[in-house]
Design a protein around this ligand. Structure first.
Ligand SMILES: Cc1ncc(COP(=O)(O)O)c(C=O)c1O
Length: 479
């Protein structure tokens, strides 16, 4: 297997702490620091590390120091060497990817459970019932045809297309396919575009459902680390595109899940330009567009119309609607419709009529959502600063969650101990690949302020009980 990307000496040096400030000999500080980068997901598995000589120059240490550090990494199972392909990052034998759990709520759960395992909201009050009534009234004529339409009802395709056009992305109804949610949209695109073994570039951390969908389609995840809430390291994204020429790139540039980061216009242009050069199809997940505490950025499809956009009503309105869409060229949409016909023949007509009704109220729904979310976000940030000041976070610019850096890589033990204490959360490793990102945690601010305050109080209690000694090595054996 060839390494998926290469980290140069200077790039690795930039990720490392001051080795001389760490206890012990420099070689062991170097091997510990690289181990931490791997476990945190900042250096992903299958990355080729710089040669010993190159890293020694970048760090201004002797080559023998780097050789000893690489030997230590190799003996602990974090580095493998193959003739002709250098030394690349791996994980010790016996460690394996986290189980694919969508939710961490289990029978251990306390009665008064605070569920922060999902970044989603309940349906807004007073919105669904009138839309359902109006949809029922409109249903009659549809029942006189067979009701199968794999591309979706014209009235909803028009509503979606008009919304794109209103955002500065001229779109006709034949460029829209209606799906059962954004995840279904991604799965259809993967089936159409990415064959088994193809590379798919993603953010790291990434939305776990997308990682699962990519793997389920037999494709291979090529993750590019974000700098937490500070967002994309665009040079790394473009370098990885160039080095790996992935078949597809899946990005969430608008209020990213889980970090809430927003990609600026220059970065969008740079990524899209490079993807064009490498022949990579770009899929932009717009699930959180409109859910920002600051204005949306220019849509990627306005910068490059060949970009494929996916989105849904799940985040602004309700996940239970299961209504999403794909915006692509009319030709790609026809192919997707043909593919979709072989899977489920199309979406439910009544549900699509409900969705079409809701589109008329979307601006009002977004405004109400944001008015609720802002104080919740602020309350969660304040509660964390008060109760767990040793955890670090950015104030997210939008979306539904905070991405936290813990002061020890114990996200999974914290998750497991939080359940009986009455808080359901998802560990950072669920947003990474191969069990990395154990030092991180996502916390949604999707609940009322008093529940968020109570959740943080409970988490602080659990964190105080965790034994953090020897933490970096323990996370790999947590089931
Ligand atoms: C970025 C992102 N994409 C897609 C989805 C799935 O959305 P849907 O319910 O529309 O399938 C989610 C849900 O959390 C998400 O966060």
């Amino acid at each position: 297997m060839a390494p998926v990307s290469r980290l140069g000496g200077r790039a690795l040096a930039a990720l490392l702490p001051d080795l001389r400030a760490l206890p012990g000999p420099v070689y062991s500080a170097l091997s510990d620091a690289v181990t931490a980068l791997v476990l945190d997901g900042r250096v992903v598995t299958e990355t080729r590390l710089p040669s010993e000589r190159e890293l020694a120059v970048a760090l201004q240490v002797s080559r023998a120091t780097v050789t000893a550090a690489y030997d230590a990494l190799r003996s602990r199972g974090y580095l493998a060497s193959r003739t002709g392909s250098g030394s690349y990052v791996t994980l010790p034998a016996g460690s394996h990817p986290r189980p694919s759990l969508a939710r961490w709520v289990s029978s251990d759960a306390a009665d008064d459970m605070i569920d922060l395992s999902c970044a989603a909201l309940p349906a807004p009050p007073g919105v669904l019932a009138p839309a359902i009534a109006a949809a029922a009234d409109a249903l009659g004529p549809y029942t006189r045809a067979d009701g199968y339409d794999p591309a979706g009802l014209a009235v909803l395709r028009v509503a979606v297309a008009d919304r794109f056009t209103g955002r500065g992305v001229p779109t006709s109804a034949d460029q829209v396919l209606i799906t059962s949610g954004a995840l279904h949209s991604l799965d259809l695109l993967l089936r159409l575009i990415a064959g088994p073994g193809d590379r798919v570039l993603t953010d790291l951390p990434a939305y776990p459902g997308a990682l699962d969908a990519i793997r389920a389609n037999g494709a291979r995840v090529v993750p590019v680390p974000l700098a937490g809430g500070a967002g994309w390291q665009i040079d790394q994204v473009t370098a990885t595109l160039r080095q790996t020429a992935p078949r597809l790139a899946y990005l969430i540039p608008d209020f990213h899940n889980p970090t809430g980061a927003l990609m600026d216009a220059d970065a969008r242009r740079a990524v899209l330009r490079t993807a064009r050069q490498t022949g990579t199809t770009v899929v932009i997940d717009e699930s959180f567009v409109g859910l920002g505490f600051e204005p949306d950025e220019r849509p990627c499809a306005a910068i490059d119309p060949s970009v494929i956009c996916i989105g849904s009503l799940s985040k602004p309105v309700w996940g239970g609607l299961r209504i999403g869409w794909i915006r692509a060229s009319a030709e790609v949409i026809s192919r997707l419709a043909a593919l979709r016909a072989s899977i489920d023949l199309g979406g439910a007509v009544l549900d699509q009529l409900v969705a079409a009704e809701l589109f008329g109220r979307l601006d009002e729904i977004f405004a109400t959502r944001l008015a609720e979310l802002r104080p919740q976000r602020d309350a969660l940030v304040a509660a964390l600063a008060r109760e767990l000041p040793q955890w670090r976070t950015n104030v997210p610019r939008g979306g539904l969650s905070l991405w936290l850096e813990l002061d020890a890589p114990l996200s999974t033990p914290l998750t497991l101990m939080a359940l009986p204490a009455g808080v359901a959360i998802v560990p950072g490793s669920r947003f990474g690949v191969d069990g990395t990102l154990e030092r991180f945690l996502r916390l949604p601010y999707s609940l009322p302020v008093e529940r968020l305050n109570e959740a943080v109080r409970r988490l602080a209690g659990v964190w105080a009980q965790l034994d953090r000694s020897g933490a970096p090595h323990r996370q790999l054996v947590v089931a």
